[in-house]
Design a protein around this ligand. Sequence first.
Ligand code: FES
Ligand code: FES
Length: 155
Amino acid sequence: MKINVKINDENTSFEISPDEYLVETLRKNGYIGVRQGCDTGTCGVCTIHVDGKAVLSCVLLSAKVDGSEITTIEGVQEKAKVIGKHLVDEGVDQCGYCSSGTIMSILYLEKCIENPTDEEILHYLNGNLCRCTGYVGQLRAIKKYFGGRLHENRK
Ligand code: FES
Ligand code: FES
């Protein structure tokens, strides 16, 4: 079957099977920045945005997103570079496998809350697991990202 979507601002269509999950559809069509991990909705590495909301693409059937607007890490490269630099600066980008999902969750948080508290950051990021680092450095990096962004907005 075929689905039509707008992905990273481009209209396209994908050929899918009815039981296929979105992470598989995206990766086989070249969106390999979307990571595949647990495949059970528990690690967060497959996080993308569908119609403006952060979702786990490993538990979403591709057939369900027909007509939707999708954003993957490939569509947010500029912001991803800025956030990625903060992660590297805080020493929390080690194997990097979790980073694209984490960044998509940070960008969703940014859409929802302009100046999040530590508790709000932890709440929005609690579905993004990282096997390499503690989460303290990530929190520092995210706070620096939001701090810098607010500074830019005030200029
Ligand atoms: S691969 Fe989707 S939550 Fe782990
Ligand atoms: S940096 Fe390796 S899983 Fe997060």
